[in-house]
Design a binder for this molecule. Structure first.
Ligand code: HEC
Length: 133
């Protein structure tokens, strides 16, 4: 009986934490170091194609140092697809989210052969990590 009461209380705390997290704005979430640390782990999905610094050369994809806020297809020494070069925006949270969800939906004809990340939580963590690069 006592244990049940305890569990009930803990469950309540868990729910409260969840709803607080849900209420946090995009911008706050993007700057959360714990979220960025998670995103760093998910980056294993990307690292075969993307370096995170500008000194180790290009891989199959462009390096992602400073990509948050960077204009799309902005690196001189990477040969982007024509489709990506034709775009006219800078990478912010919203664009990155759409890109990581389904690259071909955002930019049909892009050469990033990557199906996308279905989980919104994973995408948010990845974006928080990209913002630290
Ligand atoms: C199979 C290789 C591959 C994988 C895996 C991959 N990418 Fe890419 N990525 C590319 C290529 C190639 C491009 C250039 C696309 C173009 O020119 O159309 C690109 C472009 C990008 C860009 C745009 C960069 C710019 O300078 O405008 C971002 C951002 C990006 N990728 C993020 C990611 C993230 C984050 C992941 C992991 C979740 C990922 N990519 C997984 C190959 C890959």
């Amino acid at each position: 009986m006592r244990i049940r009461t305890m569990r009930g209380k803990l469950g309540g705390v868990g729910l409260l934490a969840l709803s607080l997290a849900g209420a946090a704005s995009w911008a706050q979430a993007e700057d959360d170091p714990a979220l960025a640390a998670k995103g760093k782990q998910f980056f294993m999905l990307c690292q075969s194609c993307h370096a995170i610094d500008d000194s180790s050369g290009m891989r199959i994809g462009p390096h992602l140092k400073g990509v948050y806020g960077r204009p799309v297809a902005a690196l001189d020494d990477f040969s982007y697809s024509a489709a990506l070069r034709e775009q006219d925006f800078a990478w912010d949270g919203e664009k990155l989210d759409a890109w990581l969800k389904r690259p071909y939906d955002l930019v049909p004809g892009s050469s990033m052969s990557f199906a996308g990340v279905a989980s919104e939580d994973m995408r948010k963590a990845l974006i928080a990590y990209l913002k630290t690069l």
